[in-house]
Design a protein around this ligand. Sequence first.
Ligand SMILES: [Zn+2]
Length: 261
Amino acid sequence: MQETIFIAAPALFGLIIGSFLNVCIARVPAGQSIVKPRSRCPSCGTPIRSRDNIPVLSFILLGGKCRSCGGRISWRYPAVEVLAGALTWFFFWKWIGTPVWMAASLLAVYLLIVIAVIDFETMLIADIFSFLLGVIGLAAAVVNPYLEGAVADRLLQSAGGLVFGAGLIWLMAWLGKKIYKMDAVGEGDIFLMGGLGALLGWQGVISTLVIGAFFGSVYGIGLLLMKRAGRRDHMPFGPFLALGGVINLYSLVSPVRFLFL
Ligand SMILES: [Zn+2]
């Protein structure tokens, strides 16, 4: 029993973090403080009591409804909590031998969850989060398992990844505009790839773009087939870049292996 709790502890910690990420997702796009006031029901505005604010469990016990007004609570809340819990568990045990990198990569994962959900819901990426990814990438370059050599070399590789990531997707955006006359890539995606490049280096940039484009295409084709979207509809790219980023933060994936094996 004790052993089970010990093994599960990172996931429980992640659930609590996920609860805070939900606050960021709901408040940052609206320009509200993420510290005060305490959480309220989005329908009736009643402050949520502590015992109704337990990650996942409260949602299940309340049947996804507010205790005061019965208004529906979005399934996004437990979904983000479960996602944060699961990823924390995986990253904790994967990088337990390099605790500083574990902390840096987990911080990046939490930022990516927030970026992905906000972009999915509002089609916007708050650039402050991409900026923070870049700062974490540069600060953690010394312990980054994907970079090599002395401190100065590592900083150079991280900064190089930042420029390469932002530059490559900027080029894609420019070509998309020239050739297809469409804005497939937004400005937010450029900053996001810069931030990811600082964490993953240039190989990680290519891999993240390939994985992001792959899953983005699968999702886009799915929407078209289900007639949920037309060919000219806009689709956020950020969530798929974030997905590619999380996969590469866990383990650097060769884009060739990803596509052909
Ligand atoms: Zn309510």
